[in-house]
Design a protein around this ligand. Structure first.
Ligand SMILES: Cc1cc2nc3c(=O)[nH]c(=O)nc-3n(C[C@H](O)[C@H](O)[C@H](O)COP(=O)(O)O)c2cc1C
Length: 186
């Protein structure tokens, strides 16, 4: 087996998320959005996740400075806006204006969250780790927002209705269909 060049694209699928941050906590016009797929859960007592952002990116600087960010899970319906956010830069354009995304305020941190996303998480950075090209932000999830239209009677998310967007090897994919519940074979 030869070592493929783009090993980073061989862990798949990944979610497509939109991290939000605000340069100046008193100024909503400094809100920014960065699409991220290198994200994941790392603990649940307390609830912790990580995001990995290219060193020197505008959003990495803001998150390093303010130690907080929103993490919104993307649906297929907003793919085009997400794609545009992925090659534009918050120090040059207002990505909320560019996309027309509707903001709603986070409760525990100074960022805006995105109404069009089925799930938004409020995250407080507890640790950062510098690697060669990327900086990892490990964060505690302080609050969660799930659009009520995606919650069933039992308060569990209705995944099939969310139409979640995935990242696979420099392509966008949908998630496909549910097969079975976890550990069904026990
Ligand atoms: C679907 C998708 C996933 C992405 N995932 C990441 C990621 O995990 N880490 C990263 O540093 N950049 C990622 N990018 C690229 C950034 O979104 C891009 O560099 C963006 O323009 C940076 O915004 P900023 O300059 O406002 O900080 C991704 C882009 C797209 C479209």
């Amino acid at each position: 087996m030869k070592l493929l060049q783009k090993v980073q694209n061989l862990v798949l699928p990944l979610p497509v998320t939109l991290a939000t941050c605000r340069a100046n906590k008193n100024d909503l016009s400094t809100d920014n959005i960065i699409p991220l797929s290198w994200v994941g859960i790392v603990d649940y007592k307390p609830n912790m996740l990580y995001v990995s952002i290219g060193k020197g990116k505008y959003s990495a600087k803001i998150i390093k400075q303010n130690k907080e960010f929103g993490l919104c899970i993307a649906s297929v319906d907003i793919m085009e806006q997400i794609d545009k956010c992925g090659y534009s830069h918050g120090d040059k354009v207002d990505k909320f204006k560019m996309t027309g995304f509707i903001k709603f305020p986070a409760e525990k941190i100074n960022v805006s969250l995105i109404k069009e996303c089925p799930i938004c998480l409020e995250c407080k950075v507890t640790e950062t780790m510098e690697l060669n090209t990327h900086e990892i932000f490990i964060a505690e999830v302080l609050s969660t927002h799930v659009d009520e239209k995606f919650l069933g009677d039992d308060e569990e998310p209705l995944i099939s209705k969310m139409n979640i967007l995935c990242y696979v090897n420099d392509q966008y994919w949908t998630m496909g269909k549910k097969l079975k519940d976890l550990y069904y074979s026990k």
